[in-house]
Design a binder for this molecule. Structure first.
Ligand code: O2Y
Ligand code: MN
Length: 593
């Protein structure tokens, strides 16, 4: 179909990297940087119309539209294969077709998945070599099985009118055409490790999440692992590589991953996580020694920079870099630039690609087949007001609700209005490969699988005061919040249980008024149908509700449940999702991690 001139099998070796780098330098796909100052580093400039993931051109192709859900663009598989095959047809004439076998996750881990990507982009090959475990390791994992994700990619003519990123969950297949950039072209990342993997997770009983994974070590040497789901532009990479503040001597951070976590229930009933990736594809602007010194160290060698500015001495620069703006440079498009040019030198979505092993906080647990046990899950987003610095959910179901209602305010980095609240359930809106309602039901069902589920917290580093100033210092100081989270996981940590908002008290009325004063979101997907959990109790069941004694169900009406407590003198009505059967209540409230 693609009709390439040549076929090249990638083995991930140093030798091939050197050869392919020479090919890329010759073709102009890479520009050599100053090899004394930045050894092994190169610059790539993408096409001007191809600088970010394109959600509007991304599809989940299932037989039934409902299976893709209101959260995805949908096309029927037959229509989509047909449309894309026409674009792929002859697209690699005069080009080399690269075959990339890659493994997502540690060798000999039952967590790990194999993919094989076909591409006509040497830049994609070199990035995938940093972002995945490439070559024989993947073929060894596969053996004679055909259980791998089929990834077909071509830049074709980079025409945005002929650009499609299509996922076929029932065929374990991804076809992407017309883009050579990041999430559209490195198919291991968002396409496989999130969209396809989330559907596999639903089928196989695990979770593929848009989460960082970090180990927090206290001065006694005890390490707790925490996952954090945050929408893009909320500092996941910074949190994953955090530097402890001066007030927390003896504390250490261990980086497992900055973007994606695969979570499974271990034999001990806890959730265990791996990072399926092997590298970072981090945003350059805003990265500096004050915000993320570990990222700055990571990118001093063997790094591919994409769409950053080039200084006359062959080094790179971006807005937020440690060095002041250069008096002259080439901007991300290769055009002459000065501080008076009136536009940024680096593209706001410019990137660095580097191996996780180059990060000073790299955790040797990253490569452990069983992954790491997760004590806590954070859901975080950017909210000016209303959402406090940190609070804990009562149980897994309540935590799922906190994740499902996650919303973030847009920043100047994104197109469109600034400060608009966008709903982004579990930070997965662009990445959930199936119906969001089914995904929430799957999250709820994990409580039945995990006897000792992690505690779930909502965090917000971004509250501002009346003067518009951040009320929390953020960055390294966020470790103070992680310390409290770990204390809570160990059964300590000071906390006050507060009720859910009511309709009558002054505090809750004020919150409701504030919520109403926030401008209506510009682009909000219609809410998916509410998931229908299997009934956990019937009239007559003994049940528990957070902060109440055990009681007995005396009536069920829709999703409201009336319970009688004590001698039958006190009857109260609750939302069914707050009510747990008494025999599993302890488990659902989370056991020790
Ligand atoms: O624009 C792109 O293609 C990159 S998107 C990306 C890259 C690394 C980590 N996260 C993201 C994201 O959009 O969440
Ligand atoms: Mn991401």
């Amino acid at each position: 179909m693609c009709q390439p001139d040549d076929i090249y099998w990638c083995d991930g070796s140093e030798e091939q990297k050197d050869n392919l780098t020479s090919v890329a330098l010759k073709s102009g796909d890479l520009i050599a940087l100053n090899q004394e100052k930045l050894p092994g580093c190169y610059l790539h400039r993408s096409a001007l119309n191809d600088v970010a993931r394109t959600e509007n051109l991304t599809y989940v192709c299932t037989e039934q539209r409902e299976d893709a859900g209101p959260n995805n663009n949908w096309m029927a598989p037959a229509e989509s294969y047909d449309k894309l095959a026409k674009i792929f047809s002859g697209a690699m004439r005069g080009r080399t077709l690269y075959v990339i076998p890659f493994l997502m996750g540690p060798a000999s881990s039952s967590f790990s998945k194999v993919g094989i990507q076909i591409t006509d982009s040497v830049y994609v090959v070199l990035n995938m070599r940093l972002m995945t475990r490439m070559g024989q390791i993947a073929l060894d994992h596969l053996g004679d099985s055909d259980d791998f994700t089929r990834c077909l990619h071509s830049k074709a003519d980079l025409d945005i009118e002929r650009r499609f990123i299509c996922h076929y969950p029932q065929d374990n297949t991804i076809w992407s055409v017309g883009s050579g950039y990041g999430g559209n072209a490195l198919l291991a990342k968002k396409c496989l490790a999130l969209r396809i993997a989330s559907k596999l997770g639903q089928k196989e009983g695990w979770l593929a999440e848009h989460m960082l994974v970090v180990g927090v070590e206290n001065p006694e040497g005890e390490v707790h692992y925490i996952c954090g789901a945050f929408p893009s532009a909320c500092g996941k990479t910074n949190l994953a590589m955090l530097v402890p503040p001066p007030s927390m001597k003896g504390w250490k951070i261990h980086t497992i991953g900055d973007d994606i976590a695969w979570l499974r229930v271990g034999p001990d009933g806890r959730l265990w996580a791996i990072n399926p990736e092997a590298g970072f594809f981090g945003v350059a602007p805003g990265t500096g020694s004050k915000t993320n010194p570990n990222a700055m160290t990571t990118v001093q060698h063997d790094t591919i920079f994409t769409n950053v500015a080039l200084r006359p001495d062959g080094t790179v620069w971006w807005e937020g870099h440690d060095d002041p703006a250069p008096s002259s440079a080439e901007d991300w498009r290769g055009k002459p630039w000065t501080p008076n040019s009136g536009h940024p030198a680096a593209h706001p979505n410019s990137r660095f690609t580097a191996s996780i092993k180059q990060c000073p906080t790299y955790s040797s647990e990253w490569d452990k087949p069983q992954g790491v046990p997760i004590s806590a899950i954070l859901f975080g987003a950017r909210r000016n007001k209303l959402v406090p610095l940190v609070y804990q959910s009562f149980n897994w179901q309540h935590g799922t609700f906190l994740g499902a209602t996650l919303a973030s305010e847009t920043t100047a980095a994104a197109t469109g209005a600034v400060g608009v609240v966008r709903r982004d359930p579990m930070a997965m809106l662009p990445f959930c490969g199936y119906n969001m309602g089914d995904y929430w039901a799957h999250w709820l069902s994990m409580a039945q699988r995990a006897r000792h589920s992690p505690k779930i917290f909502r965090v917000n580093w971004f509250q501002r005061n009346e003067q518009g100033k951040f009320t929390w210092p953020g960055f390294g100081e966020n470790l103070r919040v992680l310390r409290w989270v770990v204390e809570r996981c160990k059964g300590g940590g000071e906390a006050e249980e507060t009720p859910e908002p009511c309709a009558t008290c002054d505090n809750c009325r004020r919150s409701a008024q504030l919520e109403a004063s926030i401008p209506a979101p510009a682009e909000v997907a219609p809410p998916p149908p509410a998931p229908q959990p299997a009934p956990l109790f019937v009239v007559g069941s003994r049940v528990r509700v957070p902060r109440h004694e055990e009681g007995e169900v005396i009536a069920i009406a829709g999703d409201m449940v009336t319970i009688t407590f004590g001698d039958g003198n006190e009857n109260k009505t609750f939302l069914a999702s707050y009510v747990q059967p008494s025999e599993t209540a302890a488990n659902l409230n989370g056991g020790p991690s």
